[in-house]
Design a protein around this ligand. Structure first.
Ligand SMILES: NC(=O)c1ccc[n+]([C@@H]2O[C@H](COP(=O)([O-])OP(=O)(O)OC[C@H]3O[C@@H](n4cnc5c(N)ncnc54)[C@H](OP(=O)(O)O)[C@@H]3O)[C@@H](O)[C@H]2O)c1
Length: 288
C-alpha cells in the first residue's frame, strides 16, 4: 500500500509537537489526511486553534494542546492533559525545535536551545512512554537534522555558559536528538515501541525566525526558492509514522524516507548513556 496516500492511519492517534508551523503542521495535515486522529501541540492558542481548524476543514480529526515546551512544568502539564484525555497514543512525533542565535535562559535556568530541542522531547517521551507501550505497536519519531553531523556534546559546558554560539548549540541539540533516539531504541528493545530519528532536508519554514543568525538573515532568503516545501519536509516524518512495513524498524536515522548512516559520534553508546543520565537529572527524573 502507498504509505502516503492510503487511509490506513484510521483508528491511530498521533501526537505532533510544534504542529502549528512548518514541518510539524505539514506532518499533522498529512497524517490527518491518512485518517489519523492528530493531537497538535503549540505554544500559542490562536495558532494552535487555527491549525486544528485547517485540519478539520480538510476533513481530518484534530485535538489541540497548548504548552510552552521550554518550561518543564508546562511539558509535565501537557503530558498530564494528554494522558487524561487520550486512552491511546500510537505515534509520538517529537518535532518541536528551532534555532536561536543568542543565548536565552529558560524559566528553569537552562539554555533555551538545549531545553526546547532536546530536554523537552526527552521529558515528554518519558512521561508518555507507558501509554505508548500499551499499544500493539507504537512509534517515537524525533525530528533531528543533518546539522547533527557538526555537533559535539560538550558535557563540560552543556548549557553554553562559558561560551555560546547559536550554531554550536543547535548542532549539539540535534546530535542529542539522534543519540536520544538510538538510546531509547536500545532501552525499548524488549517492547513493541520503536524509536527513530529524521533529517527532513532543507525546508522553507519559520525556522530561526525568533532570533535569526547571519545564515538565516543573509542566505535563507536566497536559498528559499530552492528549499523543500513544508509538505516535502514532512514526508520522512510521515513515512516513519505511518509506513506499514516499519513496525519493527528501530534505532535508525532516516533521510528522504530511507535509512541512512548518521555521524560517527551519534553511534557512541557511552556518550548516549551519559547524555541520558545527565538529561534525567536536568529534568528531575529518577532513572534506576
Ligand atoms: N526547516 C529546516 O530546514 C529544518 C532542517 C532540519 C531540521 N529541522 C527541524 O525540524 C523541526 C521543525 O522545524 P521547522 O523548520 O518546521 O520550524 P518552525 O516552522 O519554526 O516550526 C517550529 C514549531 O515549534 C514550535 N515551537 C517553537 N518553540 C516552542 C516552544 N518553546 N514551545 C512550544 N512550541 C514551540 C513552533 O511554534 P510557533 O508556531 O508558535 O512558532 C512551531 O510549531 C525542528 O526540530 C527543526 O530543528 C528543520
Amino acid at each position: 500500500m502507498d504509505s502516503i496516500s492510503g487511509r490506513h492511519m484510521i483508528g491511530r492517534t498521533v501526537l505532533i509537537t510544534g504542529g502549528t508551523s512548518g514541518i510539524g503542521k505539514a506532518t499533522a495535515l498529512g497524517l490527518a489526511a491518512m485518517g489519523a486522529r492528530v493531537l497538535v501541540t503549540g505554544r500559542d492558542t490562536r495558532r494552535t486553534d487555527d491549525t486544528a481548524r485547517e485540519i478539520r476543514v480538510a476533513g481530518g480529526t484534530a485535538e489541540v494542546f497548548v504548552a510552552d515546551m521550554s518550561v518543564q512544568s508546562e511539558v509535565r502539564r501537557l503530558a498530564d492533559e494528554v494522558l487524561r484525555q487520550e486512552p491511546r497514543i500510537d505515534v509520538l512525533i517529537n518535532n518541536v525545535g528551532g534555532y536561536w542565535n543568542s543565548r536565552h535562559v529558560t524559566a528553569d535556568g537552562l539554555e533555551h536551545t538545549f531545553a526546547v530541542n532536546h530536554l523537552a522531547p526527552y521529558l515528554l517521551t518519558h512521561l508518555l512512554l507507558e501509554r505508548l507501550e500499551q499499544g500493539a505497536a507504537a512509534r517515537v519519531v524525533t525530528v533531528a537534522s543533518n546539522a547533527h553531523t557538526f555537533g559535539r556534546i560538550d558535557f563540560d559546558d552543556l548549557q553554553g555558559t562559558r561560551s555560546y554560539s547559536g550554531s554550536r548549540a543547535y548542532n549539539q541539540s540535534k546530535l542529542a536528538n539522534v543519540l536520544f533516539s538510538y538510546e531509547l531504541a536500545r532501552k525499548l528493545r524488549a517492547t513493541a515501541v520503536t524509536a527513530n530519528a529524521v533529517h527532513p532536508g532543507l525546508v522553507s519554514t519559520a525556522f530561526g525566525a525568533d532570533d535569526p543568525g547571519r545564515v538565516q538573515r543573509l542566505f535563507v532568503p536566497v536559498l528559499r526558492p530552492f528549499m523543500k516545501s513544508p509538505a516535502g519536509g514532512a514526508a520522512t516524518s510521515i513515512h516513519l509514522a505511518s509506513a506499514p512495513g516499519l513496525d519493527r524498524t528501530t534505532g535508525q536515522y532516516f533521510v528522504r524516507s530511507k535509512s541512512a548512516r548518521s555521524s560517527p559520534r551519534s553511534y557512541e553508546e557511552s556518550v548516549a548513556a551519559h547524555l541520558w543520565a545527565v538529561s534525567a537529572d536536568l529534568v528531575g527524573l529518577f532513572i534506576p
